[in-house]
Ligand binder design. Sequence first.
Ligand code: 13P
Length: 251
Amino acid sequence: MRKNIVAGNWKMNKTLQEGIELAKELNQILSTETPHCDVIICTPFIHLASVTPLVDAAKIGVGAENCADKESGAYTGEVSAAMVKSTGAQYVILGHSERRAYYHETIETLAEKVKLALANGLKVIFCIGEVLEEREANRQNEVVAAQLASVFSLTAQDFANIILAYEPVWAIGTGKTATPEQAQEMHAYIRSLIAKNYGNEVAEDTSILYGGSCKPSNAKELFANPDVDGGLIGGAALKAADFKGIIDAFN
Ligand code: 13P
């Protein structure tokens, strides 16, 4: 059975002190109840080692937002998957559209990153999604199918450690959420591609999250769809109460 997951992506927000405060606050809010989904917070690299020991690991998983496509060595400014893992983090977001667009990450680079992340025992939240022009040209399916190439060469055993996040780029940070119908249609399509590549059982076991202007007010109707297994949350993950509001969509 696949898991329902609400994951936060803090992006490039919060100083170390602010991040620690947010993690503590969320941990406190969740201390008195058991969420009806897995909860993950993905933070900038510098927060990881401080945040992981602060949160109850039974309720909140911690992840990075990126890792290097090389194992180690002379790559100034990069952070390896092994380094991420050594902080106690268990997850890493890879393939986010902001990384693809601003840092020119390709399908091939991402395949390397995914391989290294998995080899180092991290679970990968792998993001896919089309830009507005592609949606307007009705090319979203082919775009998403092509992006999945970075993970579709994995063995089924490795693919079990992949969580997918469908994030239509036109919905990220724009306040323009995909309709529940648009999300369901794409998620069902993605699941059909997984089934074609790995078989029905693997497809049924894969969590597919929706991301893009997801908030407490629309999370419930998005997550109510049979193929939407939760959300990857940007802006609304920066306030504990908003993030909790989205977690509560599973209650
Ligand atoms: P917003 O929730 O701010 O639209 O961001 C979504 C996102 O990019 C999560 O990775």
